[in-house]
Design a protein around this ligand. Sequence first.
Ligand SMILES: [Zn+2]
Length: 216
Amino acid sequence: MTSKIAHYQQVIIDTARRMANEQLVFGSWGNISLRLDAEKILITPSGIDYDKIQREDIVLIDQVGTILIGDHRPSSELPLHLAIYNERRDVHAIVHTHSIYATSFAIVRKRIPPVVEDLVQIVGGAVEVAEYALPGTDELARSALVALADRNAVLLANHGVVGVAAEITEALKICSLVEKTAQSIIFARLLGDVVELSQHDIKTMHTFYREKYGQR
Ligand SMILES: [Zn+2]
């Protein structure tokens, strides 16, 4: 188990560096977690910059947030991560980012509409905005769950993005795609009205993606 934990601590470090390199987060903001099994979750620590973070800094907690291994406090968004794992059995990785274009939608509290095929395949529809609550609170965890529903991304009002997936590279990819889509929509609106995909087409593409992905 120790080597498995060390392996996944390193996976989180690698993902955190990619997240920072892609400018999806700045400084020590944002966070990442990974569910190893029903009672073990790895999560980034609170307040350590991604260029300084070490494998040992990644904290191992149980399903209610008790620290099992680690010298640091877990991310302050721990309640959000625990609430999502508790509600969504299909989710095993969560990436939370503060990227610029997606946060622009979060600031005006407008959803990212389902207008691009790659986004709807992987997210399953629009990226809705959770009702505002202070960061790190149970209230934010609850409002995020409501807005997330059965999709794979949600915007936190005046804050950022949460991407959820069965595995960690997928969760990071979701945050990148949400950012790219937000940017595309802002430019598209300069050219004309954006056209949303139909619910039928969204469902077809999302189901196709999930089934194809499941076979790999
Ligand atoms: Zn945040």
